[in-house]
Design a protein around this ligand. Structure first.
Ligand SMILES: C[C@H](N)C(=O)N[C@@H](CCCCN)C(=O)O
Length: 469
């Protein structure tokens, strides 16, 4: 006699992996947008007169509303109260709105005195930069809210299954977005620059990725139908826990010592990654004497390496564990890369040797950027109650965003101060800036140790595998 068991949508690999691909693709487009202008720093300096301080402020602006208005805390509450599909569609819409504003900010029409130009323009901070910051800040609300929502969605579909692998693949797809934009953005820009279309040389890459964000919103809407089917099938209360979310539950998040260790580790580590990404192209061309396009291509190996290794490490974590150890090793490798760019005398070795060492350091950073995210995000459900998981991820993002917002401004300022007589487009001295990035690695390393010891004492199982069946 054969017995038939009714399979949940979650139990069907094809269905849960389709859900993952839908949400991950939107994050792919989102990550492209985050760095669409990163390889164009030098062009922005020449075309719209953004010096390093302005560029740094622009990089930080992605996090202004999240930090100053505490938007991410609300995002977590919205997620825990309204659920994944509502929050996903809201975040996709915010990303698209921000992109449209940034496209307008970089248009020739606006920069030649179009609507709003006079209101925003000032000698110290061009109108293009101010309006780009506004657009980027709105985009940042959507993108960060989307990141939290996607993590929550993955827990919903994959908890007790290949959760770390799924998170690893989602991040791998996002890294592919960064890789893609470090190639496409300079290529599109060069095409228009060669035609003498200076504004389009910085605006066209943003238009291109803006269109992709519209596709991303459609994917979130399609995901919404799958999410609804899953809830209908199992009953919302079964998935989201028996009791509804209460504001007082937030105390559970902020009252947890483990939460603070993870959040601080996260802010320290990521402060030396995403802000560095914004300056890496110019740092490589300054240190090694490369053209922007070549420097951007070398740097693109960073997300590419992370893309291949993160899912493997996710799978390792699912089956073998060792999450806290992975965090410690990741911090050491990050320090090694930044210290190389700070101290290695690139101008005293042959061009070939300089390029080889730079590529090696970038690959090492890629390995680090696989270890830490692959271990960090799947650790959160182990230390926080499922009911407040959305709020916990948001709170970690909120603390992380404070670093992501401050560091590009600090680095931009350091660059302007340490390069007082360097003309726009000329190579800069990056030593001090890179030392600052390296110091974040040292601090993250110590926190990794604290986390490992705390886990050993309290038994959260950070070193244990995720897979239960
Ligand atoms: C920048 C963003 N807040 C972030 O931390 N991104 C992480 C991924 C977090 C999990 C996303 N579902 C990253 O490593 O990219």
């Amino acid at each position: 006699m054969t017995q038939t068991t009714v399979q949940s949508l979650r139990d069907k690999p094809a269905v849960r992996w389709t859900a993952l691909i839908l949400v991950a693709l939107t994050m792919f487009f989102g990550y492209m947008f985050v760095d669409v202008l990163s390889p164009l720093k030098t062009q922005l300096e020449e075309t719209v007169k953004w010096d390093s301080t302005i560029f740094g402020t622009y990089g930080s602006s992605e996090f202004f509303i999240n930090v100053f208005c505490g938007f991410l805390i609300f995002a977590g509450i919205i997620l825990d109260k309204m659920g994944v599909r509502f929050t996903a569609i809201l975040s996709g819409s915010l990303m698209l709105l921000g992109a449209i504003i940034k496209i307008y900010a970089l248009s020739e029409y606006f920069n030649m005195g179009g609507i709003g130009f006079d209101l925003l323009n000032s000698a110290s901070f061009p109108a293009s930069a101010k309006l780009s910051c506004i657009g980027f800040a709105l985009f940042g609300c959507g993108c960060e809210m989307g990141g939290v929502t996607v993590s929550r969605a993955i827990v919903k579909w994959f908890q007790g299954k290949e959760m770390a692998l799924a998170m690893g693949i989602e991040m791998a797809i996002a890294r592919l977005g960064v890789f893609a934009v470090f190639w496409t953005s300079p290529m599109i820009s060069k095409h228009f620059a060669q035609k003498g279309e200076m504004f389009l040389s910085v605006q066209a890459p943003v238009i291109f990725v803006g269109i992709l964000l519209a596709v991303g919103l459609i994917l979130y809407i399609i995901y919404g139908f799958m999410d609804k089917a899953l809830e209908k099938e199992q009953g919302a209360e079964e998935i989201e826990e028996e009791e509804p979310f209460k504001f007082s539950d937030l105390g559970k998040v902020f009252g947890s010592g483990m939460f603070w260790i993870v959040a601080l580790l996260c802010v320290l580590y990521y402060s030396a990654i995403f802000p560095f990404q914004k300056y890496a192209t110019e740092m490589l061309s300054s240190n090694i004497g490369l053209e922007t396009e070549t420097a951007a291509k070398i740097f693109s190996m960073f997300p590419l390496g992370a893309m291949f290794i993160t899912p493997l490490l996710g799978a390792f974590l699912d089956y073998k564990g060792k999450g806290a150890t992975m965090l410690i090793i990741g911090a050491v490798l990050m320090f090694a890369c930044h210290a190389t760019f700070a101290f290695f005398p690139f101008n005293e070795v042959s061009h070939m040797a300089a390029v080889t060492i730079a590529i090696t350091a970038i690959v090492v950073l890629g390995i680090s950027f696989s270890l830490v995210p692959a271990a960090l995000w799947p650790s959160v459900p182990k230390i926080i109650d499922n009911k407040v998981l959305g709020s916990a991820y948001s709170a970690i993002f909120f603390i992380q965003n404070i670093g992501l917002m401050s560091v590009p401004i600090i680095i931009g300022r350091i660059l302007d101060v340490t390069n007082p007589n360097v003309a726009p487009g000329e190579p800069k001295n990056y030593t001090t800036a890179m030392i600052v990035f390296a110091m974040f690695g040292v601090a993250a390393f110590f926190l990794g140790f604290v986390l490992k010891i705390a886990d050993k004492k309290k038994g959260f199982g950070l070193e244990l595998p995720n897979k239960t069946k």
